[in-house]
Design a protein around this ligand. Structure first.
Ligand code: BES
Ligand code: ZN
Length: 581
């Protein structure tokens, strides 16, 4: 039962999609047909999800018109497409055009640069560009023909070209069953560079070489991941580097991870994000959360898996920094949520009547991670690894609810006393953070914490030359947490020592704006404004605008937002509109 999809009202099922769409960069629309193979199960009516689609006609396999209607539009769910008399029908072909405001899609025509478009379907935005069963609990295969302007390449979450076609027509095939939120399309003037036999990267020409260097260790990650939890089921693993307005860090579209360019730091220090999206090839894409209430089944497992991949490739001194940062994040987020929305600190969510996007928080990721880490610590790594490998194998190309996972955990891994010792029910269904939250010991961070003390005493810390991004993040967070109200001079001093405001590293910049804003270090505001205009990644935007709002600088926030908003994707715009009124 998925409260975010009308497809649950359908007894009829669909199992294969063939798309034929033309991309119009002038009108900002996709138009053409979506043809679904139908298994009617004797039912007369098929329901599909749509939002903002202009449906021209619905026909069966003989070209005969089928009658259809659209339910009243809901601002989050859109409207259900009800197709009738399908009892003896083998396929339905829906002719339609997307709205130029389709929320999944961003159309970009930057001055003097090539046009670009991309989709972001998760959580329930696939329905804004394809009439579909838009629920993670249902899977289908697909093929597609996409028509684009000459000189551009089209790419999908499917078998992809590596070169541009002469005529702007591209054919795609996805043979594995996937849920709708993994439907993805991007069109741009991109090139391809191989990283290994089965991995590669697509990007616009000016960053292709940099991207290929940054992601050179992708194959090592795939090898490490397979050694942990079984073979990679999707044949190829490629990465598409998107424009900076991409609202997420990464999106695990099967065979083709979509990634923000802000992880290209020049030193390979932000590639944990690749490990994360790669890990979704198992946790998420192979075993999928049944509904958005079970989101932690996707993300908690993926953070756990991500850290294990990073540990295998770079060692535990590295992965424990990631875990320590997760720990700080989740403690902060839980503290914050307990004041305003305590029920959202549960792993199992109840998003009835809400936008599933509301469920996207550090809870699913990091509370989910620490729950699984606690299970590992309780029963030992070897047993847990064997369990996880079997879990992925047993449920491959299937869906998972929280309850079914707990049943499986009880049946296959934990004794009753271990269950009690961990406090499984409290972790999954309880609010806040249980008292047995695992500890993380990071020697490298212990050194950073000493450096924080030194800096707060007014002395320049030493030994920072060898630091990587994560140590700088810990340092900035540590100083920020301890600075008292008259910390402005310290902020200025730090900037003079380390040049944070001019860092080329987006994670460091985003962390740095926190003390900058708290202490009204306005010297750095021009750089902050530049960053907010250039980058559309929501994880960076939300805390920055929020900090401005919470320190009585909402006018500064609004002025910047007004300039930046036109270049943001709808997903980021929606969040910032709510935040800034
Ligand atoms: N699948 C998510 C992105 C997502 C979640 C999109 C929910 C829409 C709704 C992706 O795998 C993800 O978690 N991305 C993170 C990166 C990560 C390293 C934590 C992000 O974008 O920051
Ligand atoms: Zn994820």
């Amino acid at each position: 039962m998925d409260v975010h999809s009308s497809y649950q009202n359908s007894d009829a099922r669909v199992n294969h999609l063939s798309l034929d769409l033309k991309a119009d960069f002038d009108k900002h629309t996709l138009s053409g047909t979506a043809t679904w193979r139908v298994v009617s199960n004797g039912a007369d009516v098929l329901y599909l999800d749509t939002r903002g689609l202009d449906i021209h006609s619905v026909k069966d396999e003989n070209g005969e018109a089928l009658s259809f209607s659209l339910s009243e539009d809901d601002s989050v769910l859109g409207s259900a497409l009800r197709i009738e008399n399908i009892r003896d029908v083998a396929q339905v072909s829906i002719a339609y055009t997307t709205s130029s405001e389709a929320e999944a899609i961003q159309w970009l025509e930057p001055q003097g640069r090539s046009p670009f478009m991309f989709t972001q379907s998760q959580a329930i935005l696939a329905r804004t560009w394809i009439p579909c069963p838009d629920s993670p609990g249902w899977r289908f295969t697909y093929s597609a023909t996409i028509r684009v302007p000459n000189n551009l390449m089209a790419l999908m979450s499917a078998e992809n070209p590596t070169e541009k076609s002469e005529d702007g027509i591209y054919h795609f095939e996805m043979k594995q069953n996937i849920p709708s939120y993994l439907m993805a399309l991007a069109i741009g003037d991109v090139g391809f560079a191989p990283l290994s036999e089965r991995a590669g990267v697509y990007a616009e020409a000016e960053i292709l070489d940099k991207a290929a260097w940054e992601f050179a260790e992708t194959e090592d990650m795939i090898v490490a991941a397979e050694a942990l939890y079984g073979s990679y089921e999707w044949e190829r693993y490629d990465i598409l580097v998107l424009p900076a307005s991409f609202p997420f860090g990464g999106m695990e579209n099967p065979r083709l991870t979509f990634a923000t360019p802000t992880i290209i730091a020049g030193d390979r220090s932000l590639t944990a994000l690749i490990a994360h999206e790669l890990a979704h090839s198992w946790s998420g894409n192979l075993v999928t959360n049944a509904t958005w209430n079970d989101f932690w089944i996707n993300e908690g497992f993926t953070v756990y898996f991500e850290h294990r991949i990073m540990e295998a490739v770079y060692g535990s001194s590295y992965s424990e920094m990631l875990s320590a940062l997760s720990r700080t994040d989740v403690i902060e987020e839980v503290e914050d949520f307990m004041k305003s929305r305590p029920e959202d600190t549960r792993l199992k969510l109840d998003l009835t009547g809400r936008n599933p996007d509301d469920g996207v928080s550090r809870i699913a990721y990091d509370k989910g991670y620490f729950f699984l880490r606690l299970v590992e610590e309780t029963i030992g790594r070897e047993a847990f690894d064997a369990f996880l490998k079997d879990y992925f194998q047993a449920h491959r190309f299937g869906v998972m609810t929280t309850e079914r996972f707990l049943d499986y955990l009880k049946a296959n891994l934990l004794s009753e006393s271990q269950w009690e010792q961990i406090g499984v029910d409290e972790w999954v269904y309880g609010k806040g953070l249980p008292g047995n939250l695992p500890q993380v010991e990071s020697e490298r961070f212990a050194l950073v914490d000493q450096a924080v003390e030194r800096a707060l005493e007014g002395n320049k810390p030493e030994g920072t030359d060898e630091w990587t991004t994560h140590e700088w993040l810990r340092f900035i967070q540590g100083v920020h947490a301890q600075l008292d109200t008259d910390g402005r001079n310290t902020v200025a001093q730090l900037d003079q020592w380390f040049g944070f405001s001019h860092s080329g590293n987006s994670e460091i910049l985003a962390a740095w704006w926190q003390p900058v804003i708290a202490h009204k270090y306005t010297e750095a505001y021009p750089q902050m404004e530049r960053f907010l205009i250039d980058v559309g990644r929501r994880k960076f935007l939300t805390p920055t605008y929020r900090a401005l709002k919470e320190t009585s600088q909402i006018e500064v926030a609004r002025t910047i937002y007004e300039k930046a908003r036109p270049s943001y994707h709808a997903v980021s715009r929606q969040t910032m509109d709510l935040l800034l009124g």
